[in-house]
Each structure stands twice: as structure tokens, then as C-alpha cells.
Design a protein around this ligand. Structure first.
Ligand SMILES: [Zn+2]
Ligand SMILES: [Zn+2]
Length: 359
């Protein structure tokens, strides 16, 4: 087997970037699709293998120490089990899977309170990975397939003898030639560079249910990027952020608002029309209403995220005592005061909980 550095035409202290660059350049020349020469195909195999080993810092340093391949002892001693029992080693048997689960993605969605109350469908562009259309996730250039690693014979591990307290025992380590996969990719797919997936932008149609609240996290299982080598998709998480509304607040499934009522309406009663998310709604202000009194309008709150129905709209009354009065208004109030003489401000007996009651 030729030297991996020579095969790639780089020096022994080449950086990972240099190795990658050189591999790409050679791969373009030697790939069977580009170059029909059988010798080129053979060299392509060699450089791919060399790149596999040298592009991974771990397998590269093992290779530099002369560990690659040559340590393939004949399996069949069965000492590995003993070694594992005493030293709690690996336990991993057989080749590891090339497939990896895709990464999860987190998306933040900003909603108005109205959108949160009623729900909506929102299109979001996400940058993700999808299965490579050229190789269908197999990682191999079409027409080629994975080959059993000839160093570990597909086991993904090589056994070697080490000295220990028990004397010489066999231990198994991941095969550096195939990086433990048991199989090598002789001709990696060019479009995905042997990863089985490609980056892509995708439009996701999000169905945000009615009644979501600020800080809620929704999970879309299996909607994230696809994994390496056609591995399962990751999940998408959606963090809901609800912008505060100028008029309406929220308390669980109820919406809240404050209605400022002039003194005369508070005293005489009135019907006041207010604009809600559901359009105009009448609020019945009863005569003698006081600041802090709450008028409840049924079923005009938020939709319930779980279960059916809606919360209520709770209108908190704030009586507006006039600060500026013209002469005529002052005169009218003086007449009112005369009519109700005997009523003066006075302290009331403390009733427990009175401050908590009116809010
Ligand atoms: Zn591909
Ligand atoms: Zn191997």
C-alpha cells in the first residue's frame, strides 16, 4: 500500500485544509466519471482512502504512529471479552453505523397577541439538509457501492495485543482504515461529497395553533435536517414569542383591558362600545361603578390551546375623576354636593382583604 501523504501529493506536515484541497483537485482528475482509465479508478480509490484516514485527526495521528492497518491480528483469541470484563472496555461490537441523526433546529416565531389568540399559518424559510438526490443518501457515486474494508474485514475493529496486568491480552480498537464503519466508500458521490445529504433551503408551513402563549415551545418531530448518510431527521423546535399588545393583556385564557369611564357615566351608568379582537362589543357600565370593578364579557378571551372554547374578556373599570372643570361644571357639582350634604370623606373600618378584592 502506498504512503497516504504521497498518494495525495502533500507533505507529512500538511494542514487539514491543504489535504482537503489536494484531494479535491485529484478527485476531479481521477473520478471514474471524468476519467475512463482503469488506472485512474485505482488511484481514485487510493486517494479516497488516504483522504479518509488523513482528514480525521484521530486516524491521522494513528496512521502517523504506524498503527494503520498493519496491526490486524487474527481474531479468534477471545481475549477481548476478558479484557473488557476487567477494564470495562468499549463493549462496542461490530462496525458502527455511518448514519447519524440530523441536528435539531430552533426557530423563534414572533407573534402579535391577536395571532396568538386566534392561531395562524405561517411560512418560514429554513436552511436545512435534505437527502442527496444523486446518491439517494447512499453516499456512493451512482453505479458504485460501499465495499467491505479489507483491513478489518468489515468488523469495524481491529484486535491487537497489549501488555497489561494480566500479561499480554488482545484488545480491539476501531479500525482506522474505515474509521470503524466496516465499509469504505470507494467512489464518494460528488454532489454531496459522500455525505448522503446536501444543504438546501426549504419553506416550512407552520400551523400555529390558537391559544399559544409567550415562551411556549412547540416540537415538530422529524421535520429537521436529515442526518449523515441518510440518517433519520432531527426535530424542529419553535419558540413562540408574543409581542405585548398596547390595549389588551392576557391572563391564562382570559384577555384583560382597562376602560376609562368619565365620572358622570360611572354615576349614571352607560353602555360603552369597545373594539376587541372580535370587533365592536358593548360593555354595560352599571350606575355607581367604581375603579377596579371588572365587567366580564364571556367567550371573548383567547381560544384555549388545549380543549375547546374560549376564555373571557375582563374589562377593568377606571373611573376618571375630572382634574379640570369649567365654571359651569363646577357649579353643577356644587349643586350636587348641596343635594348630598351630610356626605363627607371619612375613614372606613378595615375590612380584611379589601385591597385584594378589587382587581
Ligand atoms: Zn450524494
Ligand atoms: Zn476497517
Amino acid at each position: 500500500m502506498s504512503d497516504h501523504y504521497e498518494a495525495l501529493g502533500v507533505s507529512r506536515n500538511a494542514t487539514t485544509v491543504e489535504i482537503k484541497k489536494s484531494f479535491r483537485k485529484l478527485a476531479r482528475e481521477l473520478h471514474p466519471d471524468m476519467n475512463p482509465d482503469p488506472a485512474a479508478a485505482e488511484r481514485f480509490k487510493n486517494i479516497t482512502h488516504a483522504y479518509d484516514v488523513l482528514s480525521n485527526p484521530e486516524s491521522r495521528s494513528q496512521y502517523d504512529r504506524g498503527g494503520s492497518g498493519s496491526g490486524a491480528f487474527d481474531a479468534g483469541f477471545g481475549f477481548g471479552d476478558i479484557f473488557d470484563t476487567f477494564f470495562g472496555g468499549g463493549g462496542q461490537r461490530g462496525p458502527r453505523s455511518r448514519q447519524e441523526r440530523g441536528q435539531d433546529a430552533l426557530i423563534r416565531i414572533d407573534l402579535t397577541l391577536r395571532e396568538a389568540v386566534f392561531g395562524l399559518i405561517k411560512n418560514v424559510d429554513i436552511d436545512t439538509a435534505v437527502v442527496c438526490g444523486t446518491c439517494q443518501g447512499s453516499c456512493c457515486q451512482p453505479g458504485t457501492s460501499m465495499q467491505t474494508c479489507d483491513v478489518c474485514r468489515g468488523a469495524g475493529q481491529v484486535q491487537r495485543q497489549v501488555r497489561s496486568l494480566l500479561g499480554n491480552v488482545m484488545t480491539s480498537t476501531p479500525c482506522t482504515s474505515c474509521r470503524g464503519f466496516g465499509q469504505i466508500i470507494p467512489s464518494p458521490c460528488i454532489d454531496c461529497r459522500g455525505q448522503g445529504r446536501v444543504r438546501a433551503s426549504r419553506t416550512l408551513e407552520l400551523n400555529i395553533p390558537a391559544g399559544v402563549e409567550d415562551g411556549l415551545r412547540l416540537q415538530l418531530a422529524g421535520q429537521g435536517e436529515i442526518g449523515f448518510a441518510g440518517g433519520p431527521n432531527g426535530d424542529i423546535y419553535i419558540d413562540i414569542a408574543v409581542k405585548p399588545d398596547d390595549i389588551f393583556g392576557r391572563n391564562g385564557d382570559d384577555l384583560t383591558c382597562v376602560l376609562e369611564v368619565p365620572l358622570h357615566d360611572a354615576a349614571l351608568g352607560a353602555q360603552v362600545q369597545i373594539d376587541t379582537f372580535d370587533g365592536p362589543v358593548n360593555v354595560e357600565v352599571t350606575p355607581g361603578v367604581a375603579t377596579g370593578d371588572v365587567v366580564t364579557i364571556k367567550n371573548k378571551g383567547s381560544h384555549k390551546l388545549r380543549g375547546n372554547g374560549r376564555g373571557d374578556l375582563r374589562v377593568s373599570i377606571q373611573v376618571n375623576t375630572p382634574a379640570k372643570l369649567d365654571t359651569k361644571q363646577k357649579e353643577l357639582l356644587r349643586q350636587l354636593a348641596k343635594l348630598r350634604k351630610g356626605e363627607h370623606p371619612q375613614l372606613q373600618k378595615q375590612a380584611h382583604g379589601i385591597f385584594g378584592k378589587r382587581r
